[in-house]
Write a protein that binds this ligand. Structure first.
Ligand code: PLP
Length: 374
């Protein structure tokens, strides 16, 4: 049909046509922040699991025979690790987010969400029957205003949706202050820890680690995706027992979908065990040093996600291509993933990256920038 061709042509003209490219060059792009995706312990765990007759596919949804020992073991371990009453495992973080927002907020509720929450949360919010209000990124006054207005409309419940570490800017949400607002307005705070899990917090449990230790999960829900620092795949929702049981009974993405591979569940549990161990702590220390170094080079919030904002789409694509020719796998991130005029290189740091590679990348980047400016 013509409209597809037209749209693709339009995207190409705007320098926004996307295509699938195999990984090539030094990884400065993936979300494998701890370098666990290729960790020998995970490989060994996969081999042993299969050699001992572990199942690959689940064969059905969780409520229909697809619930297996590895799923149960993972959820029990995750609940303990994240100090939550209960945890529920989904096949992907995207599925968990959409299921969560579609199921929990009801028609007479309001969702107040940060403008930069991930597309999966946006999708869930869009599909929810609740009213929703978008708030300026990380702006506590804007959150308070929106919550005040929402409360005045007498909703049944208010939900606040944020990320802990924002995926395209690497900045951190003021979780303590947001929690105080949640208390003040009797709301539930939903924290997407996709980019915090494994990396942030004293024991790698996320930016919310101390917050949940202090306040419990009565008015907090956390989402821990398992395909980023944990190196596997899936999403774990941690919440009160009632909330998790409610999801099991009503979340469409959970009920009407084949359970994630038992093998996958087993590997996520192994990855959490690594995070909890001294080996995990050592990886976090290595990553922390790289974060400091990258901040000296590029500024920014000093986390493992370093936004190098170029602005113009074409210039961003051009510099990404030059750096790829230099041997780095770094990609241009353009609208609609980021706001208009905010095209950027998203430098993603990993504990498996060496200091020298980071310095070399900085020099190469500088060289291209200087040529562009000349
Ligand atoms: C903040 C955030 N939440 C959720 C997701 C979805 O997680 P998954 O990749 O496991 O589907 C992502 C993925 O990029 C993300 O960045």
């Amino acid at each position: 049909m013509q409209r597809f061709e037209q749209k693709l042509g339009q995207l190409e003209a705007q320098n926004r046509l996307r295509s699938l490219n195999l990984p090539c060059g030094i990884d400065l792009t993936s979300n494998d922040y701890l370098g666990l995706a290729e960790h020998p312990a995970l490989r060994e765990a996969a081999i042993q699991f299969l050699q001992q007759g572990g199942d690959i596919g689940a064969g059905g949804s969780r409520l229909l025979r697809g619930h297996t020992d590895p799923h149960a073991a993972l959820e029990e371990y995750a609940a303990t690790y994240f100090a939550a009453p209960k945890a529920l495992y989904f096949a992907t973080g995207f599925q968990a987010n959409t299921a969560l927002f579609q199921a929990l907020p009801h028609r007479h509720d309001v969702i107040v969400f940060d403008e930069f929450v991930h597309a999966s949360a946006r999708e869930g919010i869009q599909n929810s029957a609740a009213k929703h209000v978008k708030v300026q990124h990380n702006d506590l006054n804007a959150f308070e205003d929106a919550l005040l207005k929402a409360r005045q409309k007498n909703p049944q419940h208010i939900w606040i949706a944020v990320e802990s570490v924002y995926s395209m800017d690497g900045d951190i949400a003021p979780l303590e202050e947001l929690y105080a607002l949640a208390e003040k307005f009797d709301a539930t705070l939903i924290i997407d820890e996709a980019h915090g899990t494994g990396v942030m917090g004293p024991h790698g449990k996320g930016v919310s680690e101390d917050l949940v230790m202090k306040h419990g999960y009565e008015r907090i829900i956390t989402l821990h995706t398992c395909g980023k620092a944990l190196g596997v795949a899936g999403g774990l929702v941690c919440a009160s027992a009632d909330m998790v049981d409610y999801l099991i009974n009503t979340a469409r993405g959970f009920i009407y979908s084949t359970a994630p591979l038992p093998l996958q569940a087993h590997l996520v549990k192994t990855a959490l065990e690594i995070c909890a161990s001294e080996a995990g702590a050592e990886r976090r220390r290595v990553l922390e040093k790289l974060c400091q170094k990258a901040q000296q080079f590029f500024g920014g919030p000093g986390t493992h996600i370093v936004p190098i904002v170029i602005g113009d789409d074409a210039a961003c694509a051009d510099i990404a291509q030059k750096l790829q020719s230099d041997g780095y796998d770094i990609r241009a991130i353009r609208p609609p993933t980021v706001p208009e005029g905010g095209s950027r290189l998203r430098l993603s740091l990993s504990a498996s990256l060496s200091d020298d590679v980071l310095s070399g990348f900085f020099e190469d980047f500088k060289k291209h920038q200087q040529k562009r400016a000349a």
